[in-house]
Design a protein around this ligand. Sequence first.
Ligand code: FES
Ligand SMILES: [Fe+2]
Length: 358
Amino acid sequence: MVRDEPESTSPAPGAARPAAAPYIRDAWYVVHESAAVRRRPVSVTRFGRRLVLWRDAAGTIVIQEARCPHRGADLGLGRVVEGALECPYHGFRFNPAGACTLVPCQGKDWRAPASMKVPTYTVREEHGLIWLWWGDAREDYPPLPWLPRFPDEPARTSSGTLEWDIPLPLVLESAIDFHHVAFAHRRVMPGVGTLVDPFEVEREGDVIRSRGVIRKDDGQPYDGASGFPLELDVHFPGVIAGRFSPRITLFAAICPIDHDNTWMVFRYHMRLPVLAKLAAWLMVWAELKLVQPDDMRMGRSALACGRSPDPALSGCRAVPADANILQWYKLYRRRLAAQRGRDDEAPPAKRLPIAVGE
Ligand code: FES
Ligand SMILES: [Fe+2]
């Protein structure tokens, strides 16, 4: 007798983990907060590369590959001298366009070969955030994916960052998931309802808008007042603005550190007449110390159970309350199909022009 076995969602024992999908290209990503880069250069890992962030003589942000083209030291350990980035190892200097302007051991008048340069990225600095264009150079870059839903009011805003040992798609899922709140965050929000109703998702271009109410499943139609209303906009791939009440607005942005790890920045804005900054700080504290650890636990547990960031969501069974997540994956697959054949591991210098002075 043949039994109709449900399809297994677990990988076969010993099966190799699926290859990581390429990074989503031709998009702006927040790679750091403006406040994190002051007089000294800072190096971070994003897109699997070591990048150095620094400010030129005018205070303009510059992002370059951190690997010194001489013998590979991390330029982020160096310093900024006369508007140029000085390598900590032998003192070679690089200007904001990436050209080597000084090789001290050869003397002031020695001209370095043109190949002695650091690849430089296209960047913007707005809303207190540093944005990097990951993708092909173009004449006109699209506007930054800032979601106007988030008020730009530093006096009522606080922020924090964290790193997840989880791939970007799974981080994104948890950030826009409405119906995990009552379970994954039970200890932080006890008594939140389990039902998501009403729930509406619409997509316009790269923006996915979700509106819903998390409420008790009391068998009654929605009365228009009870429950926990939630609004979340995602600008694909990783910029999120949410509103939890007329007073609480969240902004979050995510960026891949590499294929397995993800960086995230959170900002809370509180519409309060007094102590708004303190209230926002407390929200960020709760998010980082209480809420996100719950989400990370779920993400890690899914990975341990064989879940992968597979764009096809294979092995997953979605329900209607996952509609916004499904929309995100739809865009994800579409973008990956459009960028197929372009190797995201190729040096960006081949694709990206000098950012400064463009
Ligand atoms: S490694 Fe940078 S100057 Fe030598
Ligand atoms: Fe969560």
